[in-house]
Design a protein around this ligand. Sequence first.
Ligand code: SF4
Ligand code: SF4
Length: 486
Amino acid sequence: MFKKKLRGGVHPSTHKELSNTAKIRRFPLSDRLYVSMQQHLGAPATPVVKVGQTVGKGQLLGASQGAISAPVHAPTSGKITAIAEHTAPHPSGLPVLAVTLEPDGRDQWEENPPVVDPFKLAPEEICTRVGAAGIVGLGGATFPAAVKLGNSLKTGVETLILNGGECEPYLTCDDRLMREHSAAIIQGALLMQQAVQAKNVIIGIEDNKPEALEKMLHAAAGSGIQVASVPSRYPMGSEKQLVQQLTGKEIPARSRAADSGLVVHNVATARAVYQALFENRPLISRIVTLSGQALTHQGNWEVPLGTLASQLINYASGFDATPARLIMGGPMMGIQLPDLHVPVIKGTSGILALTSDEINTREPEPCVRCASCVRACPMGLLPLEMAASIRAGDLEAASKLGLGDCVGCGACSYICPASLPLVHLFNYAKGELAQSHRDAEKRERTKILARRREERLERQAREKEALMAARRAAAAKKAAAEESSS
Ligand code: SF4
Ligand code: SF4
């Protein structure tokens, strides 16, 4: 492992001990599942089932649309009772289309073709099967895994890195997964290596997970896969930090790991690849950490997708105290939930119910220009300057200061003694800039269409004029001929 000094980072209290001691438990089927058609980055899936239809476990419910999308499958067998909008775990709180499935209790798989030895498959076929299984980045990014693998195969990568960092406080789903399913992760990693034809595979695990490290080292023995411990420091799980720590390569600003011959996937994604190719099992459940002091019992559960957060908490834990904040994901980068009527989706790494003692409730104060945020930023940005530009309404200036390189880790907000909501400002500004770029693109497209229409109308007018002139000439010629013959 490279000991090169890493830029920035913070050391928040991890609170991992709340949930990392007990084994993963399987969550029972709820009486109704709300399977969202938008569980990934990119275009939402389109429902391919009808209300009243019965489906088998693993059957396709929604087909992927376009180049960046992912299909969605039935978490169990049962009957489709509705296809309608439902609250989505998204900061906007806007609803998305969801298929409501009433389990029949049989948990019966749909007919599946027999499993062939996946290591005999061509790289392209592995990518195709990963895509068909609806696998997305399970570290929270939810980018369709097949697209990432396929792009890596096309451009060529030297090293596949598996991210077992799990640097977000409270979350322990990857820790438990590595302790309990290390062999499946290694097999999945080898399949992903075959898919992208990478020479090396390195798995990076933070050194605050010694049991996971030991299990993974044991499972990887003889496989050619390297397992390395990395220092516990937030945000070690971010792609650029992990790559630099493991390979010594610094990914330049505004470029991706792939541009440096690397591709990074999460350890849970590798396990999903194993399940898809060895067991013909699409992505229909995931491990979710339940944590926070407001809960009676914390722990990790394998949860069918579409289970409501409220059902999960009521059955698995219940509240010990009134939660001051509900979060889906980790406290640094997760989404604050308005309520618990949202379903678990592919990106739900955790559901946290935090008491007021666990969150910062101080009112923001003026910036004291201490530069703590600058020292904490892993991307070498100037958060205080970017925030000042955004507050002044100059988003382009913030963009010139490197807003596009901000990974939204929240290290600056965490360290700020003035409790300034820096990362919220950056997320807001990124959203506004993305919208204005989309609007500009739309205006440009409209302009091009208008210009083409104008050109077409002018061409049609010219053609019409030429036709009329030809007719006039023909009529004149005919008249002259008649005149001369009479
Ligand atoms: S950490 Fe907060 S108070 Fe200090 S310079 Fe940055 S924004 Fe200002
Ligand atoms: S949220 Fe952005 S600006 Fe703040 S520390 Fe992380 S990368 Fe830097």
